[in-house]
Design a protein around this ligand. Structure first.
Ligand code: TMP
Length: 212
C-alpha cells in the first residue's frame, strides 16, 4: 500500500505510558492543524473491539498461540482496511497504539512462533503497511509489571490475559524490542519511559515535528 499520509506507531511493554503520550502527541498535531486518526491494536474498529475482548479476557486461558496470533492479525486487517488505509490515503496522520512490531515481539518471540510466520501474515493482513516512525517507550520488565498490576487493580476491566503471562515471557518481549530497535534505528526511536511525562512528551515532539 502506498501511503500518502504519515504513519506513526507507539510501542513498549505494558505500562510504558504509550497511550498517554499518544494522546498528547495527537493534541499537539491537531493544534498545528493536522487531521489525526488515533487508533489502537488490538481494537480500533467496532469489530476489532470485539476481537480485543477475546484476546485480553483473562478467562480465555485455552486460547492457543496460533489462534492468538491470527486474532491479532484479524483485528489489524479490519483496522487497516476500514480506518488506517483510508486515513493515510486521505493524507492524514495516523497514530497507532501498537502495530505489527508488537506481534513480532509478543507472538514471534514471546510465544516463539518466529518472525517469518509473523511477517508472512503481515503481508496479507497488514498489506505490508509499515509505520514511517515508531516510538518505543523503553521501561524495564519490573517497572512494566508493577504499573500493569496497579492499573488492573484500579480499573478491574478484566483485560489482563497478556499481563498475566510469566516473567520469562515478558523478559523475552523486552529483549525482542531491544533487538528490533537495534536493527532499525532509523525507524524505531527509543525513548526512556521512566522520565517525567512532560519530558517524554517534549522528546517525542522533537522527533515528530521534524516529520510534519
Ligand atoms: P494494551 O492495549 O494495554 O497495550 O494491551 C494489548 C496487549 O496485547 C498487550 O499485552 C500486548 C498484546 N499484544 C500482542 O501480544 N500482540 C499484538 O500484536 C498486539 C497489538 C498486542
Amino acid at each position: 500500500m502506498r501511503a500518502r499520509g504519515l504513519f506513526i506507531s507507539f510501542e513498549g511493554l505494558d505500562g510504558s505510558g504509550k497511550t498517554t503520550q499518544m494522546r498528547r502527541l495527537a493534541k499537539r498535531l491537531r493544534a498545528r492543524g493536522h487531521v489525526v486518526l488515533e487508533t489502537v491494536e488490538p481494537g480500533g474498529t467496532e469489530i476489532g473491539g470485539k476481537i480485543r475482548q477475546v484476546l485480553l479476557d483473562a478467562a480465555n486461558q485455552e486460547l492457543s498461540p496460533t489462534a492468538e496470533l491470527l486474532l491479532y492479525f484479524a483485528s489489524r486487517a479490519q483496522n487497516v482496511d476500514e480506518r488506517i488505509g483510508p486515513a493515510l490515503r486521505r493524507g492524514e496522520i495516523v497514530l497507532a497504539d501498537r502495530f505489527t512490531d508488537s506481534t513480532l515481539v509478543y507472538q514471534g518471540c514471546g510465544r516463539g512462533l518466529g518472525a517469518e510466520t509473523v511477517l508472512a501474515l503481515d503481508r496479507i493482513a497488514g498489506r505490508g503497511l509499515k509505520p514511517d516512525l515508531t516510538l518505543l517507550l523503553d521501561i524495564d520488565v519490573e517497572t512494566s509489571l508493577a504499573r500493569a498490576r496497579a492499573r488492573n487493580a484500579a480499573q478491574p476491566a478484566g483485560e489482563t490475559r497478556m499481563d498475566e503471562q510469566s516473567l520469562e515471557f515478558h523478559r523475552k518481549v523486552y529483549e525482542a524490542y531491544q533487538a528490533l530497535a537495534a536493527g532499525e534505528p532509523e525507524r524505531i526511536r527509543r525513548i526512556d519511559g521512566r522520565a517525567a511525562i512532560e519530558e517524554i512528551e517534549l522528546a517525542i515532539w522533537d522527533m515528530v515535528s521534524a516529520h510534519v
